[in-house]
Ligand binder design. Structure first.
Ligand SMILES: Nc1nc2c(ncn2[C@@H]2O[C@H](COP(=O)(O)OP(=O)(O)OP(=O)(O)O)[C@@H](O)[C@H]2O)c(=O)[nH]1
Ligand SMILES: [Mg+2]
Ligand SMILES: [Zn+2]
Length: 357
């Protein structure tokens, strides 16, 4: 098996370790697109179609960017195994379904794409950041349509300091060249963001051709219409591997406590400094509450604080929803951090939201 030939597709020692020495009969492939009964994939010998064995519902356990092992039977390839993911992004399943839905797997970075044309929203950006940081993937904030807003750089100034960010015209290869360091050989990237922000446009610019369908200008701001309808992995001339995704109308967060901790560590520290032991740091908190003090003197931004509280409440709701459906599973990460310490403050916020319902 020529595993070197897989490196441009993002093959790493992490996957290598999972292959048994006697696995000569299976073929490693990277998932490009998942369909109901089969998937499209790329391997050392180019593109391939891999069928799902008919008695199993594979389409739920495999996602774009996964590495799989396939077995040849006659002229067909059949899925034999999905290799453990190094990381992945998933979200709370949309609609009445309870659970989590994988979006993409095995990534080096995630481009969070927002348009400077009115799509830019800091609270939504923080939701995406919490999700991406939680997955231990490097977030890269890409503000598109910089050509439509003279103050694009001012929007960029609002992006949390710790994140790299760029403001570009997604159609202009000279401007998008700043993103090339993320698109080198074997590097995997996903693009996420609302519909119409220019995710597919960016990929076309990287490709140097109009390969992906983008929203026609005459359709204007057609709300609710997604131009890209399914997730797909694409190899770039620069050697990078990008996953295009359909725009999300609403990002429902799964469990992202690690991500929140990374994004709002300063707030959690402030809350811990509060001298009142059972403080909820809410509007009615006693004078002397450390968080209220920071909000009053401008040390802490009210919008950011409220967005953080909102996400914490969602975490509590999501946990209970999963529990009530007996669906709490071991978190599907290879780097489980064990039982996390829940601060008294977080517990308070949870208790408050319990009472509300
Ligand atoms: N002026 C300008 N237009 C842009 C830019 N980026 C994208 N567009 C336009 O915005 C529209 C939407 O772009 P798409 O690439 O289809 O958006 P998308 O994010 O892939 O949308 P979905 O596939 O629905 O999720 C197209 O008409 C693009 O030409 C930009 O940086 N500047
Ligand atoms: Mg698209
Ligand atoms: Zn307090």
């Amino acid at each position: 098996m020529d595993l070197k030939a897989l490196q441009p597709l993002g093959w790493k020692p992490f996957f290598q370790q999972q292959i048994a020495l006697d696995a000569q009969s299976t073929i490693p492939l990277r998932v490009v697109e998942v369909h109901r009964s089969a998937l499209r994939a790329l391997g050392a010998d180019g593109p391939a179609v891999v069928e799902f064995p008919h008695h199993e519902r594979w389409s739920e356990s495999v996602t774009v960017g996964d590495w799989v092992l396939a077995r040849r039977q006659g002229t067909q390839l059949y899925l034999a195994q999905v290799l453990e993911r190094q990381n992945g992004i998933y979200r709370k399943a949309a609609g009445p379904e309870v659970g989590e839905q994988w979006i993409s797997a095995n990534l080096d970075s995630a481009f969070i794409v927002m348009g400077c044309d009115g799509n830019f929203n800091l609270s939504r950006l923080e939701r995406y950041l919490a999700l991406v940081l939680d997955s231990q993937i490097e977030p890269v904030v890409v503000l598109t349509k910089a050509d439509e807003n003279d103050e694009a750089e001012l929007l960029r100034d609002q992006v949390p300091q710790a994140c790299v960010s760029f403001a570009v015209d997604a159609r202009d290869p000279q401007q998008t060249a700043v993103l090339l360091p993320y698109l080198g050989e074997g590097q995997s990237i996903t693009l996420m963001g609302s519909s119409g922000v220019g995710k597919s446009t960016l990929i076309n610019t990287f490709l140097g051709e109009e390969r992906l369908v983008t929203r026609a200008l005459r359709e204007g701001d057609h709300r609710g219409r997604h131009t890209t309808t399914s997730r797909q992995l694409i190899q770039l001339p620069t050697g990078g591997i990008v996953i295009d995704t359909p725009g999300m109308r609403e990002l429902q967060l799964p469990g992202v406590e690690d991500g929140l901790e990374q994004l709002y560590g300063d707030i959690e520290a402030l809350a811990q400094q509060c001298r009142f032991r059972d403080c909820s740091h809410g509007h009615g908190s006693e004078a002397g509450c450390r968080v209220r003090e920071a909000l009053a003197n401008g040390e802490l931004d009210m919008r950011r604080w409220e967005n953080y509280c909102k996400m914490l409440r969602e975490q509590a709701y999501h946990d209970r929803e999963l529990k009530s459906h007996h669906e709490i599973r071991a978190r599907r990460k290879s780097f489980s951090r064990g039982v996390r310490q829940v601060t008294r403050f977080k517990q308070n916020i949870r208790d408050t939201s319990f009472r509300k319902r």
